[in-house]
Write a new protein. Structure first.
Length: 123
């Protein structure tokens, strides 16, 4: 299968999983969850789904437990919505990239505020 097709399928799966997550009613799946990345194998039989939460890695790990228990439902919905010949088996993995990104943004804002305060004092 051509590489561009795998990329397109992984983006479609990412979009559909994000929509399905909003529909789930499991209490473990809460907060601001984001599907960061989906890696589909070359034969489209497996997919790794990286999930991140703004609240931190602990919330993401709890959400992964809930998503793992709902894997059958999510896989069936993806098959219905995307009309794939073979719906990949899903493996959910907790990711802390959003939390790291927010920490970097906080540090940059602190540096900018300190520079602005220093400029105000020197004038």
């Amino acid at each position: 299968m051509a590489g561009y097709r795998i990329d397109r399928v992984s983006e479609d799966i990412k979009r559909e999983i994000a929509a399905i997550i909003r529909e789930l009613k499991d209490p473990r799946i809460q907060g601001m969850l984001t599907v960061v990345n989906v890696e589909v194998s070359s034969d489209a039989s497996f997919a790794k789904v990286y999930v991140s939460a703004m609240e931190g890695i602990d919330t993401a790990k709890l959400a992964v437990k809930g998503l793992t228990s709902a894997t059958g439902y999510i896989r069936r919905e993806i098959g219905k919505r995307l009309h794939l010949r073979k719906t990949p088996e899903l493996k959910f993995i907790a990711d802390d990239s959003i939390e790291k990104g927010m920490n970097i943004t906080r540090m940059l804002n602190t540096i900018i505020n300190e520079e602005n305060a220093d400029d105000g004092e020197s004038q």
